[in-house]
Design a protein around this ligand. Structure first.
Ligand code: ATR
Length: 302
């Protein structure tokens, strides 16, 4: 352990993020912040891969040992999984990876999105899952992020998970697919957006995993007033920090959780695996991220 720590300072280590598009990713700044803080001699470089062929080529490069690890983001989280030599159980069940660790030219894939989602909520709303009276969750969206979050909610014993998606068929596929890992006492149900008002009164947590909210785009007609007063509204969009959904929820006096926390928390596990150092999410880091996002840092709102 000590030897590894000393090596962190001496030998330069390379890490990466791949995706498309990638230029707006905050991850390089985040990791570089931690490299500096912990005196680690490392790089974290973004690579914009245009297609699956480039992804395959990149994984061939990984096998040669140039990098110690990296992150995988949209749209390659599913495709990258099958290119790994080994993947952990949660990544296999989610069907996607967002991180790899390379040791002796073997690529180990894992998923920290679901853990980041949970760690953030545990910090922001302690005991949120135990306090949830109905154990019912409503998820907007049926893409990669939705899968990881449903998996996370299942791990906290939610028994009814409603998926609402613009493309109903995708919600149905996802419900069926994740349903395989559930017991008979758990239901994952696909809906059209029109069902929102009908489902709302029994929901303990609402999570937006769609791209609505980015650049302040809005949902039309989400009847937030039908939700119970003790519901949690978690938007995983973090540009802007205060999405129209969160602004509206706050107006109605509901508990809100923004998307920055999940982004920061999902980065903790890979960093720990690569450098044997648990990175801290402190006020200094939060302030830095808020500035990068062009937002005012408000200690009450982290
Ligand atoms: P991610 O990995 O971030 O989840 P994704 O897999 O591309 O990204 O999923 C994007 C999600 O946002 C999908 O649920 C998508 O809905 P569709 O399945 O109908 O495409 C949803 N989404 C994106 N733009 C949307 C829009 N303008 N209105 C409603 N839903 C939208």
């Amino acid at each position: 352990f000590l030897v590894r720590k000393i090596l962190n300072c001496v030998k330069m280590k390379k890490t990466f993020i791949i995706g498309h598009p990638i230029k707006h990713s905050l991850s390089p700044k985040l990791h570089q912040f931690w490299h500096k803080k912990y005196n680690i001699n490392a790089t974290y470089e973004p690579f914009d891969l245009q297609n699956k062929r480039e992804l395959i080529e990149f994984f061939k490069r990984l096998k040669k040992g140039e990098f110690i690890g990296g992150n995988i983001t949209v749209p390659y989280k599913e495709n990258a999984l099958i290119l790994c030599d080994e993947i952990d159980k949660s990544a296999r069940e989610i069907g996607a990876i967002n991180c790899v660790h390379i040791k002796q030219n073997q690529i180990y894939g894992f998923n920290s999105d679901w853990l980041g989602f949970l760690a953030n909520l545990d910090y922001q709303v302690p005991d949120w899952a135990n306090k949830a009276q109905q154990k019912q969750a409503l998820i907007l969206g049926a893409g990669g992020a939705s899968r990881a979050i449903i998996y996370a909610l299942l791990s906290r014993k939610f028994t009814k998970i409603h998926i609402l998606n613009r493309t109903f068929a995708k919600a149905k596929d996802l419900a069926k697919n994740l349903g395989k890992y559930c017991g008979h006492d758990v239901q994952i149900i696909a809906h059209k957006f029109e069902n929102f008002a009908f489902l709302a009164p029994n929901i303990s947590i609402l999570v937006n995993t769609t791209s609505i909210g980015m650049d302040s785009t809005k949902f039309d007609n989400l009847a937030l007033d039908k939700l119970p007063k003790n519901v949690i509204i978690n938007d995983i969009v973090y540009r802007p920090i205060n999405t129209p959904l969160l602004i509206e929820a706050k107006k109605q006096g509901l508990k809100t959780v923004n998307g920055l926390g999940m982004l920061l928390n999902q980065a903790v596990l890979p960093f720990k695996k690569w450098f044997l150092q648990e990175p801290e999410i402190d006020d200094e880091l939060l302030k830095y991220m808020y500035i990068l996002l062009g937002e005012k840092f408000n200690l009450d709102e982290k």
